[in-house]
Design a protein around this ligand. Structure first.
Ligand code: AHR
Length: 499
């Protein structure tokens, strides 16, 4: 059986906002300490940033990085992370039950962002704190000078304001695990009041309200409706978070999980539009999918983790080939709604459920999921085209009619290139694909990149970092009739680049 995909340059979903290729650094495990920052590492620069990690981050071309949490932010006093390092306080960190040494904070993060060619997406604490500390943080970070907090930043050695544009109003406030979690109405009110004062300090910023922590939260989607009732006039985005896992070792079902992401996105858009209609508003609320990934491998080890350590190895999922395929499907899900999903953050970036792993004092390497993320970020810029797909299907435990072909195409007009991202979910057979590019005229295949492996559980480790890596030997070709044909290898991620 074969799959068919039609794309036409005039049938457009929307422009890709590059910020959908964002990521996330939380003060959690070894993301900061031992990840991006390790002063004693042989490859650390003068500020203690690991340059080997910076190179791997730059390879992903990450446009925005969310910081400092995550659950961490709901108990964080941002002032603990600024000023002379010798005077900074060590704190018990209740979200992950560790000790936070505060050797790295806002200013170090902003310096690191500059070196990584990225922007910050800053989260404020709406768990234990509220509008007052949030407006002070905006004043410290963004106000030029002449006020207490902006002058303090200057005294700390940062004459120029950081100009942080994007801010998250708390994190996962619907979750009982969250420090200071709230009902939708409680959160909606505090988010509204916080948004007002933050924007009064700096009217150029844009704000993300917390949506649900997952599609399966019992308060979803009423949470979104209530929160937006309170915040519609003051925010630009609503957040979504989702993680998938394969605990039952059912690969077919695991690969189908991205269909839940489609549904989640669709429902949040509908809810946001309902509130817009109710408010008689002109503004469309966009989506920030600011936590997404596969996360389950490390759950057991984390349950046994001793508390109150500094930067222990938490959430260190070692990703395998099937995880990379799910990540590919998730990237496609984000692209398919490029009209409304304007930001997204793979959670996270280094060591903690991350595409990049490090050993303290030693090497840094690419996990399997690094590759689809890198391909999408590098080649997935331009306009997303409506993917008209006919594919054979299968039934899985959680979803029926799962198409073997998951795919989307991005047209980069500036380079006159079209890139098709495609996953073959079939675990045992290649999937013949016929690609009809109608309005594009004569095309040639620049390259067909494939990520495939006979063993779905194959992973990259420090001693074997290249177990799973892409090759450019895919068989996509243009036929005499001008159609593009390929046989997508079983269980594979494909990037077909055409010009
Ligand atoms: O990314 C790991 C954690 O997942 C984040 O801290 C939290 O927001 C989510 O539950």
């Amino acid at each position: 059986k074969q799959a068919k995909m039609i794309v036409d340059k005039d049938f457009q979903v929307g422009e890709v906002d590059p910020r959908i290729y964002g990521s996330f650094i939380e003060h959690l495990g070894r993301a900061v300490y031992g990840g991006i920052y390790e002063p004693d590492h042989p490859q650390a620069d003068e500020q203690g940033f690991r340059t080997d990690v910076l190179e791997l981050v730059k390879g992903l071309d990450v446009p925005i990085v969310r910081y400092p949490g995550g659950n961490f932010v709901s108990g964080y006093n941002w002032e603990d992370g600024v000023g002379p390092i010798a005077e900074r306080k060590k704190r018990l960190e209740l979200a992950w039950r560790t000790v936070e040494p505060n050797l790295f904070g806002l200013n170090e993060f902003m310096d690191w962002c500059r070196k990584a060619n990225t922007q910050a997406m800053m989260a404020v604490n709406l768990g234990t704190r509220g509008p007052d500390q949030a407006r002070e943080l905006v004043e410290y970070a963004n106000h030029p000078s002449g006020s207490y907090w902006s002058d303090l930043r200057i005294a700390h050695g940062y004459k120029e304001a950081h100009g942080i544009k994007t801010w998250c109003l708390g994190n996962e406030m619907d979750g009982p695990w969250q420090i200071g979690s709230k009902t939708a109405a409680e959160y909606g009110r505090i988010a509204c009041e916080t948004a007002k004062v933050m924007k009064w300090v700096d009217p150029t910023i844009e704000l993300v309200a917390c949506g649900s922590s997952g599609l399966n939260m019992t308060t979803f989607p009423e949470w979104e409706a209530t929160v937006l009732e309170h915040t519609y006039d003051h925010v630009e985005y609503i957040s979504l978070h989702t993680y998938y896992g394969n605990k039952t070792n059912d690969a077919g079902n695991f690969l189908a999980q991205s269909m839940g992401m489609d549904k989640f996105i669709h429902t949040v858009i509908s809810t946001a539009d309902y509130i817009q209609a109710k408010k008689r508003g002109k503004k469309k609320i966009h989506l920030s999918f600011d936590e997404w990934n596969v996360w389950y491998h490390s759950h057991e080890a984390d349950r046994k983790m001793e508390p109150w350590l500094v930067a222990p190895p938490q959430l260190e999922d070692v990703y395998n080939h099937e995880d990379a395929l799910v990540v590919g499907c998730m990237l496609i899900a984000l692209l398919k709604r490029a009209d409304r999903v304007k930001m997204a953050c793979m959670a996270q970036l280094v060591n903690v459920i991350a595409p990049i792993m490090t050993a303290n004092g030693s090497a840094a390497w690419k996990q399997t999921i690094y590759y689809p993320y890198m391909h999408a970020s590098i080649f997935g810029r331009g306009t997303v085209l409506v993917p008209l797909i006919k594919s054979p299907k299968y039934d899985a435990k959680d979803y029926t009619d799962v198409p073997y072909l998951e795919a989307v195409a991005v047209h980069n007009e500036a380079l006159s290139e079209v890139t098709v991202f495609a996953v073959n979910r079939h675990l045992t057979a290649a999937l013949p694909l016929e690609l009809d590019l109608r309005s594009f005229g004569a095309c040639r295949v620049i390259e067909h990149i494939v990520l495939e492996h006979d063993d779905l559980k194959a992973a990259n480790t420090m001693s074997d970092p290249d177990q799973v890596k892409p090759h450019t030997g895919g068989n996509a070709e243009v036929t005499d009739s001008g159609q593009v044909q390929a046989a997508l290898a079983k269980a594979s991620w494909n990037v077909i680049r055409l010009k």
